[in-house]
Design a protein around this ligand. Structure first.
Ligand code: ZN
Ligand code: ZN
Length: 278
């Protein structure tokens, strides 16, 4: 065997080994995507989607993926948040990360109660906050013994689960993005930067991926119908497949979104469940 063909054999063996690794370790070597089913349960909202659930101005959603469970926002009232989770059969101890959209109390008010409910396990929980992190949040996280992570750009939180980092000029806010087999699920807190700008930013951060769902606060409760219609049209143009306008979206926006999206409109509210990627 010539020296050259021996070297070629070695390279072929290395290539085969690398290919086997790609097959055997898809979570490591493939682009991170939340393989398998993803479930988003709204656990705190202005409205209830089922009986026996507390309501209040604010938002929180529990996102379950094969790579772990994330709580996005914590509502205004911790007791109501925990009561709703109990009612829905959801265990706070399953939560690996708490992602806060922004510092307003209708999204962060339940944080201390939630971390207290997790108790000793809170040391394993990462609280992901858009930069700059307010001192009050920093203190709450430290007091509970949880880990703080400040994010300014796209950040992977769990496999296939991302924060956008701070978006928009006025109030620093981030959205949660889950890359599912159906496409991206975008969960918004209040969407202070504007829900269109949020989805546009997500499309830049995750180029080439379709947007399967936008769920959460769209912040249109004080917006006139002409402007709401522009937002509805804009989300359509961005290829958004399903919408679940909740929290601060307002009744007028919900009506217009339902008229445009039909069967792809999801009535949100505490207790509503959306599944993707099955
Ligand atoms: Zn807000
Ligand atoms: Zn809000």
């Amino acid at each position: 065997m010539s020296r050259r063909s021996a070297i070629q054999r070695v390279f072929a063996a290395i290539a085969l080994g690398a290919a086997l690794l790609l097959v055997l370790l898809p979570g490591v070597s493939m682009p991170a995507r939340a393989a398998g089913p993803v479930r988003i349960v709204t656990v705190y909202d202005n409205e209830a989607a089922g009986p026996g659930l507390a309501t209040g101005w604010g938002f929180a959603a529990l996102v379950s993926t094969p790579g772990g469970t994330v709580l996005f926002d914590t509502g205004r009232d911790g007791a109501a948040l925990l009561a709703n989770m109990t009612r829905l059969g959801l265990d706070p101890n399953a939560i690996r990360s708490v992602v806060l959209s922004h510092a307003h109390s209708d999204h962060t008010g339940g944080l201390t109660a939630l971390l207290a409910a997790i108790g000793r396990g809170a040391g394993e929980v990462e609280v992901v906050v858009p930069a700059p992190v307010p001192e009050t949040i920093r203190r709450q996280v430290a007091a509970a013994g949880a880990r703080l992570r400040s994010v300014s750009g796209r950040a992977e939180i769990l496999p296939g689960v991302f924060g956008t980092g701070s978006l928009g000029g006025g109030i620093p806010e981030q959205a949660l993005v889950v890359d599912t087999a159906e496409g991206l699920a975008v969960v918004t807190g209040c969407a202070h930067p504007g829900v269109l700008r949020v989805v546009e930013a997500v499309r830049v951060q995750h180029a080439g991926r379709p947007v399967a769902l936008v769920l959460g606060g769209f912040h249109l409760y004080k917006t006139g119908t002409a402007e709401i219609a522009r937002v509805v049209d804009g989300l359509r143009r961005l290829g958004v497949q399903r919408v679940a306008p909740s929290h601060c979206s307002g009744p007028a926006a919900r009506r217009l979104f339902e008229a445009e999206f039909g069967a792809d409109f999801i009535a949100g509210g505490a207790g509503s469940v959306v599944r993707l990627g099955r």
